[in-house]
Design a protein around this ligand. Structure first.
Ligand code: RAM
Length: 945
């Protein structure tokens, strides 16, 4: 499949008379706008726009100063990069004077364009240094042990501790910063007002190794005279219930890191006269309990408003009956660092779509969308009225709330009224649920529109992708994918938000990470989680099943297809954002993982049948939730071995490590050779020694038997380049045969679904990829949509008309993003946005146009856009009789090759002009492209046949 391309360089657009060169905007530091960071050499980025087409940056200059006034070339006192040649507008490392804790740094940038003309300076932006190191923390860990008050039969849920302290501020306060962290969860307030708007702070980490803190600018919240600091704590990931440990009867079911949640806070006040004062958590604080009687992430909250201690978080409260808090010792090796990710927040509110009475004063509210979050309750009633809220993703056909699939997660919030005649509003603080429906019991008045409001929570990852077509099913599918991502990117990438699981499953994360990056800016989200992954790495080098990794079940360790997240996620972040720091920081860990694979393969560069018979389940999870005979997990492990070696070789090159590059290139070659020798027959079919697996006992679905000849095997082999390019055609025909034998239906699980459509497209079977993509028949993505889904299901058959919710009591989530990995094909193939250099510095636009003749079930118009680190790319196509129109936007500072699909006699108009140039020979079977090489600008292409 040799491609002959004749690049046509286009000089487009007229230079506007008043063009001012390149205009930098969206200034960010460590992927955030105006952040607080403890990165000593933070990385800066900006986005360029220009009134001209075909523009690139040839040089830039960054100024950093300790005040906005000093932000001039002659007085920038922290850093003047000088005119620095280069096209990069991201990952520019601060290289000025060393930065101390608390330093506020102002910065701006200007860029030179391709003609050497300097643009205007950007507007100033800023970042602030946090507390650099533990010695900056003067306070103690304080808390109140209420553990003995947990009373339930099934759940041990003690009340939440409350902490408070009053202090006096002199006149002339200039600036105040509050630094807060907790082992557990905290909400902090100053004079009764919540600090910041983040939720579930300070996030989940391996608390023995590190804990994060948040910084709040509280300058305007303080006043001269008395002020009150107050905090409520909860058990959260530190001391609460986690995962399925209760379900599997693990000896430990809660309090995996510690039993008592504790707080550490530091308020630093600066006066106009230069004096400073610091107020910290210590034994002089007061501690008690209040209305929050139960508070747990998985199990929900119980709040008895009659027990509210009025004014407890304000000045003047009588706390003489409160106790002194207990002071808890620190662990020497525990780091306290700035939270690196995007904050978890309430990102949207939802109105109730419908409410139905079910008798006995029970109502079912439909929020219209499956999401992760909580509800705000708004009620009026008598003191002691008890309202119980239960959450579910689905209703039974008779209208009852379905909660079986939550397994041991109680997911129930209870509010007991105080009887305020003006009405009462309440929402939980330290829990969330995955749901669409809410069952409400105990209302003394009929509910109204205002009774419940849905509050969507999730890591606040900026939306960067859009995807729209004229096919309603596809649009709903895209919406379902994004909602499921939002519901599961909650501090860490979880598998599901509803049942007793919600943990950072590595397999799910690795298959989905590329899709995720098309939808949302996940740079800082993964900056955080990759640290969790490395913290969770086993001593032998394996990455865990889930990160962070409390021991939820004795036998949980690692699995092929899961553990490779430790390589695949940093690689994807490198590709998407050009981030080489994540590679450098994690290099030793990643190399250790590769060493682990080498050792495990006993020098044979291959995993033969039963190579992972010592883990549980045997062989690992394999192509989890697939249909039919199982793809040998050891064969897939071998594929992943080769694939990881390739990614490592590429990352080694990116950080200039030639030795490792060579090592991993070699590894990749040897693994492939070994795979071919062992798992491929002379006809190019994948095979395995199925007898070696015996009756399959101990393997996932082992009783179904094993074969190498599966959709998953060929899809992965093509996707990961396991086979020689000359054998791809053969592999593709086996794949299409298998599909045909199966009535053009997929049979793939977690590891096979992602590469399936990309592999078909890569081998000239785009039409078949579309057929699977657009199908509404079981099993397919469209089937879920046809069944009214607003999110992505865990299983292809999570619900079927014949079987109903047959898996419920076991494992049946309706919000699991793994199968949403089709998103990668939607952007990368259907819209054809294909990165060719990290950060989309160069990319291809090569849309695959949907087949004709499908009417309403097909696609004739598709528009996708992605805001990359280099600006927004748009790819749109519109097919009408005998005509194809393409609309492409190429951002400033990037180059694209636009592949225009043309048939022999096609005429191509570019921005209204007839395009001359050669029609190229077939790229794939019967597909022909004309390739245009372009710089930044907007391109309308009309192809008439
Ligand atoms: C399930 C999880 C997850 C999957 C593992 C193997 O319980 O929900 O999606 O990765 O099992």
């Amino acid at each position: 499949m040799k491609k002959y391309m004749l690049p046509v360089m286009l000089v487009l657009g007229t230079i506007l008379a008043n063009a001012k060169g390149l205009v930098p905007g969206y200034l960010r530091c460590e992927y955030k706008v105006s952040p607080v960071t403890d990165v000593l050499h933070p990385r800066l980025s900006w986005e360029l726009t220009s009134a001209e087409n075909n523009q690139v940056q040839t040089a830039y200059q960054v100024l950093v100063a300790s005040s906005v006034e000093k932000l001039t070339e002659s007085s920038a006192d922290l850093w003047n990069s000088g005119k620095t040649a280069g096209r990069s507008t991201a990952q520019i490392e601060y290289a000025g004077k060393p930065l101390a804790s608390r330093k506020v740094c102002y910065w701006k940038v200007r860029s030179w364009d391709k003609n050497g003309a300097a643009g205007e300076w950007s507007k100033p932006s800023q970042w602030e240094m946090g507390l650099l190191g533990k010695s900056e923390w003067k306070g103690e860990w304080i808390g109140l042990d209420l553990d003995h008050l947990g009373k339930g039969k099934v759940y041990h849920l003690p009340p939440a501790p409350y902490l408070r302290k009053e202090f006096t501020i002199r006149n002339g306060m200039k600036k105040a910063r509050l630094y807060v962290t907790a082992l557990g969860l905290y909400e902090f307030s100053i004079n009764g007002k919540k600090a910041g708007d983040a939720f579930l702070t300070p996030g989940w980490t391996d608390y023995d190794k590190r804990v994060y803190y948040q910084t709040y600018d509280v300058t305007t919240d303080l006043k001269a005279g008395k002020n009150a600091l107050a905090s409520q704590l909860s058990y959260g990931w530190y001391a609460g219930y986690l995962g399925y440990s209760l379900l599997v009867k693990n000896p430990v079911v809660r309090a995996f890191y510690g039993k008592v949640p504790v707080l550490k806070a530091q308020l630093e006040v600066e006066y106009a006269d230069g004096k400073k004062e610091t107020f910290v958590t210590d034994q002089s604080w007061k501690a008690s309990q209040g209305a929050l009687l139960e508070s747990d992430l998985l199990n929900g909250e119980t709040y008895d408003a009659r027990l509210e201690q009025n004014g407890w978080n304000r000045v003047g409260f009588d706390d003489s009956r409160w106790k002194s808090p207990q002071v808890f010792a620190d662990k020497a090796e525990r780091k306290i660092q700035v939270y690196p990710g995007p904050p978890v927040k309430i990102t949207q509110t939802l109105k109730v779509v419908s409410r139905k009475e079910r008798g006995n004063g029970t109502y079912i509210f439909d929020m219209g969308q499956n999401f992760a979050g909580i509800v705000r309750l708004n009620v009026k009633g008598r003191a002691g009225d008890t309202i119980r809220l239960r959450f579910g993703e689905k209703l039974y056909p008779d209208g009852r709330l379905m909660t079986e699939n939550l397994r041991m997660a109680r997911a129930t919030d209870t509010y007991i009224l105080k009887g305020d005649p003006a009405g009462e509003t309440w929402e939980p603080k330290f829990t969330f649920h995955g749901f669409q429906y809410v069952e409400v019991k105990g209302l003394s008045n009929a509910p109204t529109e205002e009774t419940l409001t849905g509050l969507v929570i999730g890591s606040d990852t900026p939306k960067v992708g859009t995807f729209e077509t004229d096919n309603a099913m596809v649009n709903q599918l895209y919406s379902n994918i994004d909602w499921t991502q939002r519901a599961n990117y909650v501090d860490i990438p979880t598998d599901c938000p509803q049942r007793d699981e919600r943990i950072g499953w590595t397999g799910d994360a690795q298959v989905y990470v590329k899709s995720a990056a098309f939808n949302r800016d996940v740079a800082s989200f993964f900056t955080k989680w990759v640290v969790d992954l490395n913290d969770g790495q086993y001593e032998n080098g394996a990455y865990p099943l889930y990160a962070p990794r409390p021991n939820l079940r004795k036998t949980d360790t690692f699995s092929p297809g899961w553990m490779e997240a430790g390589i695949i996620c940093p690689y994807q972040i490198y590709r998407t954002y050009g981030d080489t720091r994540m590679i450098r920081d994690g290099w030793a860990d990643m190399v250790q993982f590769m060493d682990f694979l080498d050792v495990r393969s006993k020098g044979g560069y291959l995993f033969k049948e039963n190579a992972f018979a010592d883990i549980d389940p045997k062989g690992g999870f394999g192509d989890w939730l697939s249909f039919g005979k199982k793809t040998p997990p050891d064969m897939l492990a071998s594929f992943y071995y080769a694939y990881c070696a390739d990614l490592m070789a590429e990352m080694a090159a990116a950080i200039g490590n030639a030795k490792d590059q060579q090592r991993f290139t070699e590894t990749g070659r040897k693994v492939r050779e070994a795979i071919r020798a062992h798992y491929v027959d002379p006809q190019g079919r994948f095979k395995c020694d199925d007898k070696a697996y015996g009756n399959g006992a101990g393997y996932v679905d082992g009783s179904l038997g094993f074969t190498g000849h599966t959709q998953t095997a060929y899809a992965n082999a093509i996707y990961m380049n396991i086979i020689a390019p000359s054998d791809r055609g053969t592999a593709a025909s086996y794949l299409t045969d298998l599909l045909k034998e199966n009535g053009d239906k997929l049979a793939t699980g977690f590891l096979g679904a992602k590469p399936l459509l990309p592999a078909l497209s890569a081998t000239g079977h785009s039409d078949l990829a579309y057929k699977l993509f657009l199908s509404k028949e079981f099993p397919s993505w469209g089937f879920e949509v046809e069944n009214g889904s607003t999110s992505i299901w865990e299983r292809w058959d999570s619900f079927t008309k014949e079987g109903g919710f047959k898996y419920n009591a076991a494992m049946n989530s309706f919000s699991h993003y793994a199968f949403g990995a089709v998103c990668e094909w939607m952007f990368g193939n259907a819209a054809g946005i294909i990165m060719t250099k990290p950060g989309f510095e160069t990319f291809d636009i090569r849309p695959e146009i949907a087949p004709d003749g499908m009417g309403k079930d097909g696609i004739s118009h598709l528009k996708a856009s992605v805001r990359t680190i280099n600006g927004t790319i748009v790819s749109e196509w519109n097919k009408t009789d005998g005509k194809l129109a393409m609309h492409v936007i190429v951002p400033v500072n990037t180059y694209a090759r636009i592949h225009v699909p043309v048939s022999k006699d096609a005429k191509v108009l570019l921005n209204g002009q007839v395009l001359s140039g050669e029609v190229l020979s077939a790229a794939d079977k019967d597909e022909r492209h004309q390739v245009l090489e372009v710089g930044s600008g907007e391109y309308e292409l009309i192809v008439t046949y």
